[in-house]
Design a protein around this ligand. Sequence first.
Ligand code: ADP
Length: 254
Amino acid sequence: EQGAARLPIRGRDEIGRLTAAFNDLTERREAGERQRQAMVNDIAHELGTPLTNIRAWLQAARDGVADPGPELLDLLTDEADVLQHIIDDLRDLAAADAGRLRLHPELVYVNELLDQVAAVHRSRTADVTIVTEPAGDPEVMLDPLRMRQAVGNLLSNAVRHSPPGATVTVRSRLDGDDLVIEVVDAGDGISEDDLPHVFTRFWRVDRSRSRHTGGSGLGLAIVRDLAGAHGGTVTATSRAGHGSTFAIRLPARA
Ligand code: ADP
């Protein structure tokens, strides 16, 4: 890969400073281009995996190795769902980038919203206990669908990174003028080195292992964009082996 030309810096005078500024711009443009290429590569990889599985199952059915019955259809549907999920995530990220992530805020009982998210995830997992711990009964202006999506992403991570029999807690509280929603797990945890990267698109602690748990590395990037669209933030605290706490903090306009 050939980089753009750099000019030799000739001194500390005006030309020298201009030359340095030009070189700096060139470097930044190249870094942006590398990032774009890496992202296209990641997208192709993430979409390719489920597609490869679908083709393999179809081939197996055609060769008479797999029974073309309801089980096969379920498998194909699962893989199609994975594809759909990644595409939905990519759309949301593109919309957020373009400032087009439109919210439909309404006055929402936060406890009710958290109970709904918890109920959905309980129906999907038998081995982890999900408890909601409401403090007070805050009623806040927010987009309920988008906030369910954000908390849902945190919850599904917490469940996936918890051992069987563990408990995951979803709690909310008002802190001054802010609403804080926390998802707490006592699972794998994240090391100090990895923690600053978890909100980066396509980033995963362990690519090969995460393959089995089905993540594409977009979930937390979307939570960050959704919190941001609400004028809020999301933060993570964690210790490897001791679990993690993810906190969404939003201005609580009621
Ligand atoms: P993924 O689709 O891989 O879950 P995310 O953006 O949701 O992508 O998370 C990025 C990475 O952060 C994950 O691959 C995982 O390594 C780590 N991570 C996220 N949540 C947790 C958690 N609750 N416990 C431990 N690790 C986590």
